[in-house]
Design a protein around this ligand. Structure first.
Ligand code: FHN
Length: 480
């Protein structure tokens, strides 16, 4: 297609894209932006092509996020003082000079890292994909980069490429692998953005002269070449490219330079945090579950297990397995994916409390995974909770008050009810849109039929006196 025609098509397509991009999401969602100069795959593919591209991801429902980098060495403490907030932001939060931070690389020798064990952990947890920080905001590449020497192979005594090892293992063990890349913020590269303590503004909050420079030079000499390396050096991976914290520096024209690369990888899935008005494939609510999901959009809630993404030695505020499983079920019932983070330490070891919780989740999924993977959202909705008539959230909108009795997911001929709060009498449903032919508990190996009473759209199912699982017992309703 001639360039002028391509630009005209792009302009038309991006008007629609910009309005869709205004949907609610995390604070880093792409805002409406002027038309962008290059159409992305989302703008040009057919609905059937998109369905095919997203198929594995929609089936997956549960993924592992890994935040791992040099920040795992200070692990939340600098100059003998605990630095508040998330561990991977320590350089910014403690205003650590570039040279001091870079010198951490000489100490980074995570010989406890085992790609085999991490992939096996993800598999045992029932996770279907992994997304690891290839480069976070500190600018340190956790991969073999010829584009920039501040990387794990060239600058550390470790000299190994964990992304390559993970890619090999992921392929061997049959799981998808994606890369997180901080395309805009880079606190050790001259000219790149640095957001003031997660305020999102200003974008040139520099605390060291070594950070001053030209954004385009950063983009063209580091970010774009490294993105190209990530896209071409790992065979059929990455399955996902996960961008983060776009600022005003990521103009439509600059983002388009990255999109030109992404367009060469027609199976790639990328999120809504590139910037420049590009909506990407996925909404990415962070640390929350949207009350009603994102109807019409693929979405993924990313969350921490404790209160940090990158390892902090003293953050022991781990969520319970019950909370994590409820989150997974809640998200699935609203049609989304759960990207749950782990933060390996400076030896490459995953903290045991994280391992324990993931394994427990996997045990539940071994029995009940049918009610999660590839399922559709609830046919009901009110079971998730309701907006308060009086209370407001931090944005001034009515506060959503979740209810935690049960959730529901669906398959073409099944309704799954994940029960958290076991009813003392029968389980009752009103306004059931399908006729139920049989009911049983998924954790009952015999699938013993339960007694049903149905009349005028309402249903009562007689349950045993006690749940089969202390966290969530799945009732299966076979339907016509
Ligand atoms: O600033 C980052 C943060 O460190 C972390 O990587 C999360 C994960 O989604 N994203 C950014 C904040 O939105």
């Amino acid at each position: 297609m001639k360039l002028t025609r391509l630009l005209a098509v792009a302009a038309i397509l991006t008007t629609a894209a910009s309005s869709r991009a205004q949907m609610q999401g995390s604070s880093f969602d792409t805002p409406a932006a002027p038309p962008h100069p290059i159409a992305s795959i989302q703008d040009t593919e057919t609905a059937a092509q998109k369905d095919a591209r997203m198929a594995w991801w929609r089936q997956a429902r549960f993924g592992m996020f890994i935040h791992w980098g040099l920040y795992s060495i200070p692990a939340g403490t600098w100059d003998g003082k605990q630095v508040p907030s998330i561990g991977e932001w320590i350089m910014n939060n403690a205003s650590i000079p570039v040279a001091d931070y870079k010198s951490l690389a000489a100490q980074f020798n995570p010989t406890g890292f085992s790609a085999h064990d991490i992939v096996a952990l993800a598999k045992s947890a029932g996770m279907k994909y992994i997304v690891i920080t290839a480069k976070h905001h500190d600018g340190f590449a956790m991969f073999d980069s010829k584009a920039n020497p501040f990387n794990i192979v060239a600058a550390t005594p470790f000299h190994r490429d964990p992304l390559r090892e993970l890619a090999d293992e992921a392929r061997r063990q049959g799981i998808k692998l994606g890369f997180y890349y901080s395309q805009d913020q880079d606190w050790t590269a001259p000219g790149a953005s640095a957001i003031l303590r997660q305020n999102h503004d200003p974008v040139t909050h520099h605390w060291d002269k070594a950070q001053d420079g030209d954004f385009d030079t950063y983009l063209r000499t580091k970010a774009i070449p490294q993105i190209e390396e990530l896209l071409t050096n790992y065979g059929d991976f990455p399955s996902v490219l996960w961008f983060d914290t776009p600022t005003a520096n990521m103009t439509p024209a600059r983002a388009a330079e990255i999109v030109a690369l992404l367009n060469q990888h027609p199976n790639l899935i990328w999120n809504n945090r590139l910037g420049g008005g590009y909506k990407g494939d996925t909404e990415t609510p962070e640390q929350y579950i949207p009350p009603q999901g994102f109807p019409g959009r693929d979405w993924e809630s990313c969350m921490t297990i404790n209160d940090t993404w990158g390892f902090k030695s003293y953050d022991t505020n781990f969520k319970s397995t019950a909370t994590l499983l409820r989150n997974l079920i809640d998200i699935a019932s609203k049609g989304g994916n759960y990207l749950l983070n782990i933060g390996p330490d400076s030896h490459g070891i995953v903290p045991q409390p994280e391992v324990d919780r993931l394994l427990a989740m996997g045990k539940w999924l071994d029995v009940n995974g049918e009610a999660i993977y590839g399922t559709g959202p609830t046919l009901f909705g009110a079971e998730a909770g309701a907006f308060s008539a009086t209370e407001k959230d931090s944005r001034g909108n009515p506060r959503f008050i979740p209810a935690w009795d049960w959730r529901s997911t669906t398959a073409p001929n099944k309704i799954y009810i994940e029960i958290f709060n076991w009813p003392s009498a029968a389980f009752h449903l009103d306004k059931l849109p399908r006729k139920v032919t049989r009911a049983y508990l998924l954790a009952d190996p015999a699938h013993t039929p339960l007694k049903l009473t149905q009349s005028a759209g309402s249903l009562d199912v007689q349950l045993p006196a006690r749940p089969l699982d202390p966290i969530a017992t799945v009732l299966v309703l076979e339907t016509k």
